[in-house]
Design a protein around this ligand. Structure first.
Ligand code: R5P
Length: 288
């Protein structure tokens, strides 16, 4: 049985469609003081897969409640799929007195499950924070699907060297095109500076791909540099379209041709599903 978190209902349904595993209806309520309550249906299988992106602090808590409810209902084999793993960018104590937040949430999630699968965690090393078997998979290949088939002399660009492997996956899935990366310097949580790559961009279609678009600062800066360089259509592709603040506006003002993203975070830009990737990864993990 697939148990959806409230922020991952589309992906959970797509996974159910893809695998033929039944989808549970989760009832959700609140106590008068605002505390969350979840309730699973009476009949739950012995094996279950929770699918729940931890896009907010509330969603983190919901995962813990769903895990506990599944155990209470008698689930013996529980896989927790975190399509978007929140707090993964806080993978170190950056200042004295700060927590390693990714480790704190990973430990909590580990207590209620047999294994954890995450999709494109910001740093793959955060998977080591889980205390049960944990794997990461990549849904980047899915981003090639919605791109137009007629891209002109396409250039696939990473905003920084860290995203180059992801961009290469997108290019390989698309089937043709050059890969390059910018040099990015982050000035604050919302401001970045992007140094142009050496690649010639004039009259070319460009796909900038990254794991996350959050405030849109990175992407809008990259798109601006490319448009100044004479690029034709510029697509912004990401696995996790958090699209916080005025990200959509920033990208539109920068001149993006379209945003392409998966449903690990459910937004209007989530035009392609990570479900086939998750299905394969869960099967391989459970069989190992
Ligand atoms: C950073 O290393 C990530 O790969 C993304 O580039 C970043 O999280 C995007 O954030 P924003 O949209 O706020 O620039």
């Amino acid at each position: 049985m697939i148990i959806p978190g409230s922020a991952s209902q589309t992906l959970a349904a797509a996974l159910a469609d893809h695998t033929g595993i039944p989808l549970a209806t989760v009832a959700s309520d609140r106590f008068p003081d605002g505390e969350l309550l979840v309730e699973l249906p009476d009949a739950i299988d012995d094996r279950a897969i929770i699918v729940a992106s931890t896009v907010s602090s509330e969603a983190h808590l919901e995962v813990l409640l769903l895990q506990d409810a599944a155990r209470e209902a008698g689930v013996n084999q529980l896989t927790t799929v975190i399509p978007y793993l929140g707090y993964a960018r806080q993978d170190a104590a950056f200042e004295p007195g700060q927590p390693v937040s990714a480790r704190a949430v990973a430990r909590a999630i580990s207590t209620g499950t047999d294994r954890v699968l995450a999709v494109n965690p910001h740093e793959p090393a955060v998977m080591d924070f889980f205390t049960v078997p944990a794997r990461a998979t990549s849904a980047a290949t899915q981003l090639a699907g919605p791109l137009p088939t007629d891209l002109t002399n396409p250039l696939f660009l990473a905003p920084d060297s860290g995203a180059r492997d992801l961009v290469t996956e997108v290019r390989d899935a698309y089937g043709r095109g050059e890969v390059d990366h910018f040099e990015k310097t982050r000035r604050s949580g919302r401001a970045v500076e992007i140094a142009p790559s050496d690649a010639r961009v004039a009259d070319r279609d460009v796909v900038v791909a990254d794991d996350i678009i959050a405030t849109g600062g990175t992407m809008s800066e990259a798109i601006g540099v490319l448009r100044e360089g004479g690029a034709d259509r510029v697509y912004a592709a990401c696995v996790h379209p958090l699209l916080t603040d005025a990200a959509r506006t920033r990208l539109a003002q920068a001149g993006v041709a379209a945003i392409v993203a998966t449903d690990t975070v459910e937004r209007p830009a989530s035009t392609v599903s990570a479900a086939p990737i998750v299905a394969d990864a869960v099967r391989a993990f459970e069989d190992s």
